[in-house]
Design a protein around this ligand. Structure first.
Ligand code: AMP
Length: 302
């Protein structure tokens, strides 16, 4: 089923103890689309500048990613630079040049307005609502990402947006900040009262949790011996999660739980190589195999 993503398409400069790149195509919508398109065709809405060349766009080729919604604006593309510590546990943002992203007003091509699954990437909550207003009918599932900047800076707007969505995918710090709570469980309960029916909390190498109805699901991160670049892991998680749901055209309790496994799996692929390199190369059967292994790791009988 149709899956729409709205978010950043960027040039990233990434420095890790394992390598460095001065300029590679990144951005939340890029990681999301590469991960999700393994399962379902993706419709992308974003903006790039005049410096985004045909060979940059090639990152999306070979996958079912519709770029009709990728706007080209006068100016430079969004640029982000980050450096990781030796143990990859902390990251310093060296630069964020919003460039054309600063004036981004998502415009949905007419053919996108019937999308059944929608992922609203980390942008101004008012713009996220604007995307929903452009839909012809209520999607089956709307999921959203946000960050500390919007939680503290535009809280009232974010609260309005949260009332309109089905699932919120954030990390543990953001959940605590949003709820004003230091305990994760209490934070989750409080966030669920703000509107979303499902809350997915990503905790990096410690796995992820989903709070839905009265149940809690904890899924481990797929254990890896070598992690080279954590950039985009969260967006790839979201891509795996939403791509799985869209491919099954379902958003019920059981499918949401299964989607958590695919989120975890796609997050694990994303971190194996620098930038989007590993995500671009992965095959569906590799993801399925890793999903089966992860489920086996979780299987205990008491
Ligand atoms: P993550 O590692 O999940 O934070 O995702 C990193 C990706 O998000 C990079 O490819 C960046 O280009 C992109 N990014 C960084 N800062 C922002 C921002 N403020 N808004 C949207 N995307 C961003």
């Amino acid at each position: 089923m149709s899956l729409l993503v709205v978010g950043s398409v960027a040039f990233d400069a990434i420095e890790t103890p394992f390598g460095k790149t001065e300029r590679t195509v990144g951005g939340a919508a890029t990681y999301f689309s590469l991960a999700a398109s393994l399962f379902s065709p993706v419709r992308l809405v974003g903006v790039v500048g005049e410096d985004f060349a045909a060979n940059d766009e090639a990152v999306f080729h070979g996958r079912k990613i519709d770029l009709a919604g990728l706007e080209r604006a006068a100016g430079k593309s969004f640029f982000w630079a980050g450096r990781y510590s030796d143990d990859l546990r902390t990251r310093e943002t060296l630069r964020t040049d919003l460039n054309v992203f600063a004036a981004f007003q998502p415009k949905l091509p007419d053919a996108y307005r019937d999308s059944s699954f929608v992922f609203l990437g980390n942008i101004d909550p008012q713009l996220q609502r604007n995307v929903l207003k452009q839909m012809r009918r209520r999607p089956k599932l709307v999921a959203l990402d946000t960050m500390n900047y919007w939680i503290s800076g535009t809280r009232a707007e974010l609260e309005k947006t949260l009332k309109l969505i089905d699932a919120l995918l954030i990390n543990d710090e953001e959940a605590c900040q949003l709820a004003g709570e230091s305990n994760l469980l209490r934070a989750a309960r409080s966030v669920l009262r703000m509107g979303p029916k499902a809350l997915v909390i990503k905790r990096g190498e410690y796995g992820s949790m989903m709070f839905h109805r009265d149940s809690i699901l904890a899924v481990p991160a797929y254990p890896l011996e070598e992690v080279h670049d954590p950039t985009g892991a969260g967006d790839s998680f979201a891509g795996g999660f939403m791509g799985y749901l869209a491919s099954h055209a379902q958003a019920n309790h059981v499918s949401l739980r299964r989607a958590m496994v695919y989120g975890s799996v796609l997050g694990s692929f994303a971190v194996e190589k620098l930038g989007v390199e590993r995500l671009r190369a992965i095959k569906r059967r590799e993801a399925e195999s890793r999903a089966r292994q992860l489920v086996r790791m979780m299987h205990i009988k008491l």
